[in-house]
Design a protein around this ligand. Structure first.
Ligand code: NAI
Length: 272
């Protein structure tokens, strides 16, 4: 795993106290979009519970945020394991009682159908779809027991809507996540728990940027940029800002929404 970027020092488009007194649980918080979101929310005053199965990356991420003065509880957990999720939730609610959840843990291997093993199919569905189901169920149970409102943000993908070769498992898992978002939004609305999803396009996380440093990767990146009307990859910060909005009272009348953040990538054909 590539090193995570430093947490953002300031947040020009949100007040430093927007999340003061609030705690947000982020799965997959040790790297990429999850880590960037953690940094942005912490800079706006949130306490964090970071969950990740990569213990080394998790320790490093938590240390980076704590060094910047932020309150972080770090819990190693695999979101596909029910017992891990129950243990995670017990730890998360012990001191902090989060009212925000970001389901960001995810994997995105690319394998054409004829080479796709049942094991890989199951692993992708388990991580990207069953994980958010388990984590959201346990989170909602605790909030409802204590009669507290809450917000859930699922990190889906434009691949849930835009078909391309090699992502039968990934695209299906994220399409399932969109529908899970809608159904849970309906079920949880009477409990004052909102559930929304963000659909990122191509986001320049460290891992994605590293792949562009080979000649083949650079050529693929050029081709991708031609398909994005705004002419650039998304930054992890672009996603973090949308997550912050969906966790905040500013989005109080939004639930079951699928919010695309892709520079126009899924609009159509930018040029012939
Ligand atoms: P990343 O690989 O940098 O971060 C994902 C984190 O999830 C890692 O720290 C990993 O250890 C953790 N994780 C994976 N499986 C886990 C499990 N079973 N239990 C607990 N933790 C687990 O990836 P990135 O790019 O930041 O992606 C985050 C989310 O955003 C994923 O759901 C991905 O599908 C989605 N996304 C990413 C896009 C991109 O261009 N980077 C585009 C669209 C969606």
């Amino acid at each position: 795993m590539s090193p995570s970027p430093a947490p953002p020092a300031s947040s020009p488009s949100g007040a430093a106290s927007d999340f003061a007194g609030r705690t947000v649980l982020i799965t997959g918080g040790a790297s990429g979009i999850g880590y960037e979101t953690a940094g942005l929310l912490a800079a706006r005053g949130a306490a964090l519970v970071l969950a990740d199965m990569n213990e080394r990356a998790l320790r490093k991420a938590a240390a980076g945020l704590r060094n910047s003065g932020h309150a972080v509880t770090a819990v190693r957990a695999n979101v596909t394991e029910e017992s891990d999720v129950i243990r995670l939730m017990a730890a998360a609610f012990k001191d902090a009682a989060p009212d925000g959840l970001v389901n960001c843990a995810g994997i995105y291997p690319v394998t054409p159908l004829l080479e796709l093993s049942a094991e890989e199919w199951t692993r992708v569905i388990a991580t990207n779809l069953s994980g958010p189901f388990l984590v959201t169920r346990e989170f909602a149970r605790r909030l409802i027991d204590s009669r507290q409102p809450g917000q859930v943000v699922n990190i889906s993908s434009t691949a849930s809507r835009l078909a391309r070769p090699g992502i039968a498992h990934y695209g299906s898992s994220k399409a399932g996540l969109n529908q899970l978002t809608a159904i849970l939004a309906i079920e949880l609305a009477p409990h004052d728990i909102r559930v929304n999803a963000v659909l990122p396009g191509v986001i320049g996380t460290e891992a994605v940027l590293a792949a562009t440093r080979t000649p083949a990767g650079a050529a693929e990146n050029e081709a991708k940029l031609k398909k994005i009307p705004q002419g650039r990859l998304g930054a992890p910060r672009d996603i973090a800002e949308m997550v912050a909005f969906l966790l905040s009272p500013a989005s109080g009348y939004c639930t079951g929404g699928l919010f695309t953040v892709d520079g126009g990538f899924t609009l159509g054909i930018p040029a012939y």
